[in-house]
Design a protein. Structure first.
Length: 463
């Protein structure tokens, strides 16, 4: 029997040892979910789903502290931020419940041609089928809510494969759902190797596959699913920020620090590339360093920690290699640039790294912010658009014309005005274009994606 040791990313201490699922076990779970869905008499009514989800939200709220510590321990996100994550998860469940009240179709016009006389037509939503969810480590509990609770709310059985570094949060969520009345086969967890996960990806019994993770893996998965499987991909981005010389520093600097160093930069929309007008680049550099220099890095369980560890030691080494590469190519280290032990990295600010360095061309996914000076707004937009990523971006300015120019012209799915790129609430559409992803996330939009619209046409002489 193969096992997985789940450890703290800060000190590698053992949290729990869990059994890995075999390929046969995964196949059995798929078969159970498929059989459950195709037995129409066993489908859960809306009122049943709502009752289960209400109990789930209440249970999580009553056990907020324990769930926060679990999430914090395995994921490395600081305690304060982990608590916010679990609170967001509660809100996400409530959003799913409320969305069912508006989960409706529409009337399709009939009677305006001879062939459509004596007919009425309506659409309504049905669950799409069995959902497979492959999740990421950086928000282990809330991402599971976005992938599992949405499926349950939409009426779909779901099988989630959490990240191997953070499986306990997803396991806990599914355990809570079962405790609150959800039948076992309507939500299941598989913890397995990437090789064994292929059966989950390729199965013709999966109707919808949602993946959160790297672009390289995600696009490979898209090309591997069975014909007819609907796919949603959420990848990373480069999160460009443009700062005009009329920006409000008092509001902007705290936002940039939070957006760049939240969860050690391990967020798909964290601030990592800031294009600053050349007239204020020196002033902004000094202000950003001053606001970041006293951030506390360390054990994520300490309530005063600002920046926790990276998810593993390999990521610490990779980030450091990229920073050294940027320095060797002319970037100036204004702050940080060093490892803190084997598991943490200093909050780092780099001025004008080469556009060819890895910190400029790839998603950093670490506590590193890069500053680039520009002369004109058009230049900043062109440089921000140079890479094949399209997720969230932002512009800081007091000039509405410049703000709207960026909103219209920058290559992004979402543009923030006078806010950092990592802003998100769970009811808003969320997702990327190009390499950054496929489809739209967010509680409400995901529920729609997990549904199929059916048309009913009624013919009667009385119409």
């Amino acid at each position: 029997m193969k096992e997985l040791k789940v450890t703290s990313p800060y000190d590698n201490s053992l949290i729990k040892t869990i059994k890995l699922n075999t390929m046969d076990e995964i196949k059995e779970k798929i078969d159970e979910a498929y059989s459950e869905f195709n037995n129409y008499d066993k489908r859960l009514s809306k009122v049943q789903r709502i009752e289960i989800l209400k109990k789930t939200a209440k249970y999580i709220e009553e056990n907020l502290e324990n769930i926060t510590i679990l999430c914090c321990s395995e994921g490395g996100k600081p305690y304060v931020d982990s608590k916010v994550e679990v609170q967001r998860a509660i809100n996400g469940i409530e959003l799913a419940i409320n969305a069912l009240g508006n989960f409706e179709g529409k009337e399709i016009a009939m009677g305006h041609t001879v062939s459509s006389e004596n007919r009425m037509a309506y659409t309504f939503k049905e669950p799409i089928g069995v959902v497979a969810a492959i999740s990421a480590f950086n928000h282990p509990f809330n991402l599971a809510v976005h992938q599992v609770v949405t499926a349950v709310a939409a009426g779909c059985p779901v099988i989630i494969k959490p990240a191997s570094s953070t499986p306990l949060s997803a396991i806990k969520l599914v355990e809570i759902l079962h405790k609150c009345g959800l039948p076992k086969n309507w939500a299941q967890v598989v913890v397995c190797s990437q090789e064994d996960a292929q059966i989950l990806i390729k199965s013709s019994k999966i109707s919808y596959l949602t993946f959160i993770g790297s672009a390289k893996v995600g696009w490979h998965i898209k090309n591997s699913v069975a014909p007819g499987t609907r796919v949603a991909l959420e990848h990373g981005g480069v999160a460009p920020v443009i700062v005009e010389k009329d920006a409000n520093f008092d509001e902007m600097i705290p936002a940039l620090v939070k957006g760049g160093f939240y969860h050690a930069g391990q967020v798909c929309v964290s601030v990592q590339k800031i294009y600053v007008h050349e007239d204020i680049i020196d002033e902004l550099s000094i202000a950003l360093v001053r606001a970041s220099i006293n951030l506390k890095v360390g054990n994520q369980l300490n309530k005063d920690t600002d920046i926790g560890p990276l998810i593993n030691v390999n990521e610490v080494s990779r980030v450091h290699e990229w920073v050294v590469d940027a320095q060797n190519q002319g970037g100036k280290i204004l702050l940080g640039g060093k490892k803190i032990g084997d598991t943490c990295y200093e909050p780092t600010i780099i001025l004008n790294p080469s556009d060819l360095s890895k910190v400029s061309t790839h998603e950093i996914f670490g506590p590193v912010i890069c500053l680039y000076s520009y002369k004109t707004l058009c230049e900043a937009i062109d440089r921000a658009n140079a890479l094949d990523f399209s997720f969230q971006a932002s512009i800081f300015t007091r000039n509405i014309d410049n703000a709207l120019r960026v909103v219209k012209r920058i290559n992004a799915k979402t543009v923030m005005v006078n806010d950092h790129t990592a802003f998100r609430v769970d009811w808003m559409p969320f997702g990327g274009n190009k390499l950054s992803g496929l489809g739209v996330g967010g509680i409400i939009d995901t529920m729609n994606e997990m549904s199929s619209e059916k048309l009913m046409v009624i013919k009667s002489k009385e119409l």
